[in-house]
Design a protein around this ligand. Structure first.
Ligand SMILES: [Cu+2]
Length: 354
């Protein structure tokens, strides 16, 4: 008996520790849309939904995945946490135990005459079959997840996501085709006098933006993702969504988010000097508030063109958010925010290419 072959077994997959997971935070979910009372002297655009500290954001010291807010995300996170991670741990422990046993039991002192066995059909069948079964046990839920992920239900809303060096633009082709420009919000110390800066209501540093993408809760949203310049990647961890934004190509992902709130993401393709400074912020609101937001941007709701005005009065908190947002024209926001950063002309130029 010389079962050294056992030691060749499977290398355990490294356990990645992505962004963040649970941490007890007392912040209630985001729908409380009061005006932020923080000192924002020159900040007309108040966020309509206060950023959460539990969902949609990385948490200091957090382990594992962000809390998922889509069905696909929950399925994928459960697959990762309850199956892949457990399997990896068990295999690693099993291999370690075999190694330790062999080292101790068959060391020269305890076992001076080595076995000359070179074949054992039973063991060879076992160490071939067991890994195959393990792979099948991984493949079945994995392929099921892929099937769910890539067979989207019919979309209720389409948002065209365009990566630019170094900001995002979001177009709403179903709602009249208006476009919003989303730039990183500067910190208080970096903003020039009169310029808007980040407050805690906007979100964490390096993630908060001046104009969030807004989508309705409980609706299937299709994201058509492309780029104006180089390859970027659109990623919102809480949605389990990540896809490249390639110039000249349209990629598609989708999400159906039931929980209203603000969810942050980042560009995840190294795209240039300010790659780290083009965050993504998606605000999920009730359909009525979404309709009011669309109206505030000069857009229309498909099928119900005159209905936009009554909707905005229907939800009281939103008029608060919609009005200042409407008062601030889009191009001005994009331009002012980029000027103080390294490449003042880029923002305008890239936006014009649209
Ligand atoms: Cu990028």
């Amino acid at each position: 008996m010389k079962p050294i072959g056992w030691a060749i077994a499977l290398a355990a997959a490294a356990m990645t520790i992505p962004a963040a997971a649970a941490a007890p935070s007392a912040a209630p979910a985001a729908e409380a849309a009061t005006a932020n009372t923080a000192a924002t002297p020159a900040a007309p655009a108040t966020p309509s939904v206060i950023a959460d500290t539990e969902y949609g954001v990385p948490i200091p010291g957090g382990l594992g995945l962000q809390k998922q807010v889509t069905d696909i995300g929950r399925e994928a996170a459960a697959f990762h946490n309850n199956w892949l991670l457990v399997l990896c741990a068990l295999i690693s422990l099993f291999v370690l135990a075999l190694l330790v046993y062999t080292i101790i039991r068959y060391r020269r002192g305890a076992h001076p005459t080595p076995s000359r066995t070179s074949h054992n059909t039973f063991i060879e069948v076992v160490w071939t079959l067991v890994p195959v079964l393990i792979l099948v046990a991984i493949a079945i839920p994995s392929i099921r997840l892929l099937r769910h992920q890539y067979s989207p239900p019919p979309a209720d809303l389409t948002v065209k996501v365009i990566g630019n060096q170094w900001f995002w633009t979001y177009e709403y082709p179903d709602n009249g085709g208006f476009e919003i420009v989303s730039n990183l919000l500067k910190e208080k110390g970096d903003a020039r006098p009169g310029e808007r800066f980040r407050t805690d209501a906007d979100g964490p540093p390096l993630l908060a933006v001046d104009e969030r993408m807004v989508i309705p809760a409980g609706k299937v949203v299709k994201f058509i993702v492309t780029s104006n310049d180089v390859i970027h990647a659109f990623w919102v961890p809480a949605f389990w969504n990540k896809i490249d934004a390639n110039p000249g190509r349209l990629n598609e992902i989708w999400a159906k988010v039931d929980r209203p709130g603000v969810y942050f993401g980042q560009c995840t393709e190294l795209c240039g000097a300010r790659h780290a400074y083009m965050p993504i912020a998606v605000e999920v609101v009730s359909p009525a508030r979404f309709a009011a937001w669309v109206a505030s941007k000069g857009g229309t709701m498909p099928g119900a063109r005159p209905a936009a005005a009554p909707d905005s009065t229907g939800s009281s908190p939103l008029s608060n958010a919609a009005a200042p947002a409407a008062a601030q024209p889009q191009p001005a926001t994009g331009a002012t925010d980029n000027t103080a950063i390294e490449q003042p002309a880029t923002n305008q130029a890239a936006t014009a290419q649209n």
